[in-house]
Design a protein around this ligand. Structure first.
Ligand code: PMP
Ligand code: GLN
Length: 383
């Protein structure tokens, strides 16, 4: 393995899911739903395979999917994109992220992250031969805030790109309009490209509104927005994601993507297009149900003695393990599958400063009620 990839030999999700399987544990670690997406969407994929939609689709993605993505974005947020030049279908958001960094950042450039960060950002920056800087989210009450002045202080003459993720994995933080406006001002002031990871855009709770960063003044021309069918329609295994942005930026993303995978899974594309066009009510119902399951898991973790933090969106809630007498969440998460048959993920797996985050574990609530209830029953035995 080349030196720059050695720190990325394994992923925390692979490690914790392997432990969960080995010990037949309730997997509240890796964030994937355990129920299927809309039945009619699954049927479109089945039919596409039967109808011979099994060869390379067009490089940028099938036209019907590109049109569905841009139509959805226009309907939801009033943001217009040319389906022919301003959207690119990718192999999940993961590839959109890697391709955006590889296609838009030079070796030696700096990429600014906020920490905790989704693990693929750091690995993609390393793949590009660039350097990352991570600015920590700050605790505020029982949640987190982004200190944009700290972000500003971390910008250097070499900073090329800022990566923003809202709704935020792993904390479930949803940035408010004031925060995003300050981020946008900083990006304009320092002429930064922005990679906005909005894969959980539809999973915001308690009546909150997701604000796409590209909708703020000065941002449309400098932002690549990434999203995915994975979280929208419960199909994390289909690996259909996309990048949206101005033509010049999408050209860079495509230049990298075409030599990473060339294209993304043909029969899934008409199915995702169908879902974007016809299953928005399903998405809303799924969000409401996830909000209920967030409450179920958060309440149960509180009862079990954890210091539960606020989750305003995503699949995840973070909890402080110190109130149950644990000092190191990494050791705690490693031993948990064997001890009580539950898997969780230590937040310090997503950071450059592990000491600061060593007290937090992330739990996923995107699981069936019976699974959550059983997980919680086992967690209560820790008391
Ligand atoms: N970004 C974030 C914040 C995620 O949580 C995930 C995965 N859950 C991804 C990107 C990758 O998405 P995909 O599965 O579509 O590759
Ligand atoms: N995004 C999911 C999570 O945060 C898992 C993705 C993965 O396994 N790479 O848990």
């Amino acid at each position: 393995t080349v030196t720059r990839l050695r720190p990325f030999a394994s992923t925390i999700f692979a490690e914790m899911t392997a432990l969960a399987v080995q010990h037949d544990a309730v997997n509240l670690g890796q964030g994937f739903p355990d129920t299927d997406g809309p039945a009619a969407m699954l049927e479109v994929a089945r039919q596409a395979i039967a109808d011979g939609v099994n060869q390379y689709p067009p490089g940028p993605g099938m036209p019907e999917l590109r049109r569905a993505i841009t139509a959805d974005r226009a309907a939801r947020y009033g943001l217009e994109h040319d389906p022919d030049s301003e959207v690119l279908v990718t192999v999940g958001a993961t590839e959109a992220i890697s391709a955006a960094i590889l296609g838009l950042v030079e070796p030696g450039d700096e990429v600014l992250l906020t920490e905790p960060y989704y693990d693929s950002y750091a690995a993609s920056v390393a793949l590009a031969g660039a350097t990352r800087r991570a600015v920590p989210l700050e605790r505020s009450g029982s949640g987190f805030v982004l200190d944009v002045d700290a972000l500003r202080a971390a910008v250097t003459g070499r900073t090329r790109m800022l990566v923003v993720n809202t709704p935020h994995n792993p904390t479930g933080t949803v940035y408010d309009e004031a925060t995003l406006t300050a981020v946008a001002e900083l990006a304009c002031e320092r002429d930064l490209l922005v990679l906005s990871d909005e894969v959980y855009e539809h999973l915001v709770f308690d009546g909150r509104r997701h604000i796409p960063l590209a909708s703020l003044p000065g941002m449309a021309e400098r932002t690549v927005t990434v999203s995915s069918a994975a979280k929208m329609f419960n199909v994390t295994g289909w690996k259909i994601g996309w990048a949206l942005g101005p033509r010049e930026l999408i050209d860079g993303v495509r230049a990298a993507k075409q030599f990473m995978s060339f294209v993304a899974g043909a029969p899934f594309q008409p199915a995702v297009a169908y879902a974007l066009n016809h299953e928005q009510a399903w998405v809303a119902a799924q969000r409401d149900d996830l909000q209920r399951r967030r409450d179920l898991l958060s309440g149960a973790l509180t009862d079990a003695g954890f210091g539960v933090l606020d989750s305003a969106g995503t699949y995840f809630v973070c909890a402080d393990v110190t109130p149950i007498g644990v000092t190191d969440a990494v050791e705690f998460c490693r031993s948990l599958p064997q001890r009580i048959g539950v898997a969780a993920v230590p937040v310090s797996a997503f950071v450059d400063d592990p000491a600061r985050w060593s007290h937090l574990a992330r739990f996923a609530f995107c699981k069936r009620d019976d699974i959550l209830t059983e997980g919680v029953r086992r967690l209560r035995t820790l008391r």
